[in-house]
Design a protein. Sequence first.
Length: 187
Amino acid sequence: MDEPVNQAVGDADDELMRRLSGGDDRAMCLLIERHGPMLHRLVGRLTAWSSDQDDLFQEVLVTAWERSGDYDSRGSLAGWLKTIAVNKCKNHFRARDAMRRVLDMFAIQSRPSESETNIDLERIENSELTKTALTKLNALDRSVLVLFYLEELTGEQIAEITNAKVETVHVQLHRARKRLKNLLAED
């Protein structure tokens, strides 16, 4: 008895995704109406109802919209949306944990080989100050600092990962440290 109902829901979801991938704004409203409460609840549970819940929920919806053309009806739309939500939350926690490790690293240690350009560690003992400064950096600056200090990669290794020249990596690292130092000096 449930099979015709499930088939009708599946057909409606397929049509919804076709409309969404075609740029129909009303389709997004329908997606939120049909699946929003479930997604919001799932993201809330995955984040333990943190302050990031609403932002992550919106990221899930934006990703669903951007990737609507990738949806294939082999599985349920709800399952597809849940996968997006779980992946967004996992990525969020990975990034947050990496940021914590960077903050800890800046607060506790420095690289002696870089002593001439090290950031004044006494100045960044306050992790809240450091966190605020790091969030103001662009993604490139944050990533080169994470790879060098947290992951302890060499310039050559970073160049290989980022498909950049070694010299470029060293320049990026120098500039990122300088920008972070300047941000810390402002506060």
